[in-house]
Design a protein around this ligand. Structure first.
Ligand code: ADP
Ligand code: MG
Length: 317
């Protein structure tokens, strides 16, 4: 994970829609009935394509050069080890003369992402608990796939989790200090980070025994729900690793995830280390600062609760 700013390759939404149709037609020789922009973050852009016979696929563009191979690899690896649907990749196209960004086609998962399924927020506690139960069971199944080394899924090569994670955390800390000096990162963020960094050896004093496969980015926007808000799939892995499985829990608290008690449900069902809460606070804050470094975009509704949580968990140490 390179800790540096990445310039997204420019891609106009309307032009990308044309590219999506062009590429879909090329690979699936059928008339297209509909195309629709589905969403995307800093580097991704997804389009739904419906063919004349009703078949539906998604074409996703990646506006950074080094993402395609990993995303394809991880969708397959996770798909092979997860009881809920993870989209199968149908075709892959590297950037070329006619389309300037990498892209791939995949199966369309039914429904919408759980962040956009607003009605879920006002469902009964029983239904929200059931959703949390299904999500956590499926994630735990992924975590049951182990490796003898820690590290990135493509080349895991560390005997110990901290041997892999600490250099990354240090690189994020160093870059944050550099940005703070350049007035591009706030006092509030750097203060919380400095406090946490000074306690790194305490926070990570428990040994992580097993290198578990993790999704890496399982927040509510990457969890799909279909009719009656039933869990229909997981999408969009990022930074999938063989890791401390608790690394997969901080994303459960981002955005509207807390409403479903996802993290606590996982811990209740499968247990956690003694320092899990403070570790998750650290993972969450560091990941968000890492995203900020990469994209230059600060997402306050995610960052502010992470800073507050870091301070509170440190006070309990
Ligand atoms: N295979 C899929 N099936 C259905 N919807 C999808 C699929 N992939 C992406 N989407 C929709 O597009 C949105 C953006 O795609 P995503 O892969 O999460 O992009 P990003 O990497 O930019 O977050 C998702 O939140 C979801 O609503
Ligand atoms: Mg996403």
């Amino acid at each position: 994970m390179k800790v540096e700013k990445i310039e997204a390759i420019p891609l106009d939404k309307k032009i990308a829609e044309k590219y999506a149709m062009q590429i879909a037609k090329q690979h699936i020789t059928q008339a297209i009935k509909k195309v629709k922009y589905l969403g995307g973050g800093s580097f991704g852009r997804a389009y739904g394509i419906e063919f004349a016979d009703g078949k539906k696929i998604v074409v996703k563009f990646l506006r950074a050069n080094d993402m395609l191979d990993k995303e394809i690899h991880d969708l397959k690896l996770l798909g092979d080890n997860c009881p809920v649907k993870i989209p199968k990749v149908l075709f892959v196209e590297k950037a070329g003369d006619s389309i300037p960004v990498d892209c791939y086609g995949m199966e369309r998962i039914e429904g919408k992402n759980a962040l956009m399924a607003f009605g879920m927020l006002v469902q009964s506690k029983r239904k929200r608990d059931k959703f949390a139960d299904e999500v956590t069971s499926a994630l735990h199944q992924i975590h049951c796939y182990k490796n003898h080394k820690f590290g990135d899924t493509i080349s895991p090569d560390c005997d110990d989790w901290i041997e892999y994670y600490k250099p990354f955390a240090k690189a994020v800390m160093d870059k944050a200090e550099e940005m703070y000096k350049a007035n591009t990162l706030s006092e509030e963020i750097i203060t919380a980070m400095r406090m946490a960094w000074s306690k790194f050896d305490i926070i990570f004093s428990e040994k992580v025994e097993e290198a578990c496969l993790i999704h890496g980015d399982l927040n509510v926007a990457n969890i799909m729900v279909g009719k009656n808000y039933k869990l229909s799939g997981f999408i969009d892995p990022l930074n999938s690793m063989y890791a401390d499985r608790e690394y997969d829990l901080f994303q459960f608290d981002n955005l509207t995830g807390k409403r479903f008690n996802l993290r606590k449900t996982y811990i209740k069902k499968y247990g956690a280390s003694k320092l899990c809460d403070v570790k998750c606070a650290f993972y969450g804050l560091w990941n968000e600062v890492y995203c900020f470094i990469k994209t230059g975009q600060l997402v306050s509704i995610i960052m502010n609760p992470l800073i507050k949580n870091m301070r509170e968990r440190l006070a309990e140490l």
